[in-house]
Design a protein around this ligand. Structure first.
Ligand SMILES: [Zn+2]
Length: 294
């Protein structure tokens, strides 16, 4: 009956269809990026100078030092005020944050960086692919078109961040005694960055790995993605991890470990979880083999 419709009717029908498709995709996107994961959460010390300052699921971390602090990830634009309140609650000054880092530039991790940057004056470092996205307010050529259009019109985008420095895979970002090494573990996005760094806690040095999300979204695909994920899994397996986290706090058991920390003889011990790190990578590899997308 298609040919019975007038041109105008066909256009209206197509527009309606496109709207429905866009709504379904936005729903999937919001679910995948876990908008629900931005309830306020108690900030806490994980170990030494390494703190949790994120929301209940959308993670953010503070690493403090005598020459300036580092904040990893900014949450959504609306998460940033929570992150700043958490930093203040721990007794630190947002103005002493000198370095901003990012796991990946989707709105749940890159969206709040501009707010944090404006409040702190900190320098933002990003991988090449992430830098392009952060500097354009979340645009990403790998995101499927209907969603990309929503980024362009500001529904899914965020205020563009000023990227001060671009790093290459394996580069180490230093400020005072803090040294964080960037590992570009592409797959979720092309510039997805995992971070490894040592943390001194009393008389021991603990290796921390912050893993960039390893899952793949149906709305964010690119041709080299499978090969990138293979490589990323290999890279992650080589990193020594006493403590591991990811940019979604549920994935590494933030709340469970935080609660256990409250009653542990040494409050750091519940965060020491090399087995959990290996299990996370195994699960990422299983998802890749099964072709599972979110
Ligand atoms: Zn993402």
């Amino acid at each position: 009956m298609w040919h019975h419709f007038t041109k105008r009717h066909r256009l209206a029908f197509l527009l309606a269809l496109l709207s429905v498709v866009a709504l379904v995709l936005v729903g999937r996107w919001l679910n995948a990026t876990k908008v629900g994961g931005q309830q306020p959460a108690e900030p806490f010390r994980i170990a030494g100078n390494f703190y949790y300052v994120g929301a209940n699921d959308v993670a953010a971390f503070l690493i403090t030092g005598p020459e300036g602090h580092v904040v990893l990830d900014g949450g959504y634009p609306t998460t940033a005020p929570m992150i700043m309140a958490s930093i203040a609650k721990l007794g630190f000054d947002i103005k002493d944050v000198k370095v901003l880092l990012n796991s990946e530039p989707h709105p749940d991790h890159g969206g709040g960086l501009t707010v944090l940057q404006q409040a702190s004056g900190a320098q933002l470092w990003a991988s090449d692919a992430s830098a392009d996205s952060l500097a354009s307010g979340g645009d990403d050529p790998d995101v499927i078109l209907p969603l990309r259009a929503l980024i362009w019109i500001g529904v899914l985008g965020y205020p563009a961040a000023r990227v001060d420095h671009r790093f290459k895979d394996g580069d180490t970002i230093r400020i005072g005694p803090i040294a964080l090494t960037a590992h570009i573990t592409a797959g979720h996005t092309r510039g997805c960055t995992s971070w490894s760094f040592p943390v001194r806690d009393k008389d021991r040095v603990l290796n921390v790995v912050s893993v960039c999300d390893t899952g793949v979204l149906a709305t964010s695909r690119y041709p080299e993605q499978a090969a990138d994920r293979e490589r990323s899994i290999r890279v992650l397996r080589t990193l020594p991890a006493d403590i591991w986290v990811t940019n979604h706090a549920r994935a590494w058991g933030r709340y469970r470990k935080f609660v256990a920390s409250g009653t542990a003889k040494n409050p750091v011990d519940p965060f020491i979880d090399p087995e959990g790190y290996r299990a996370y990578i195994d699960a990422a590899e299983a998802e890749l083999r099964q072709g599972r997308v979110h």
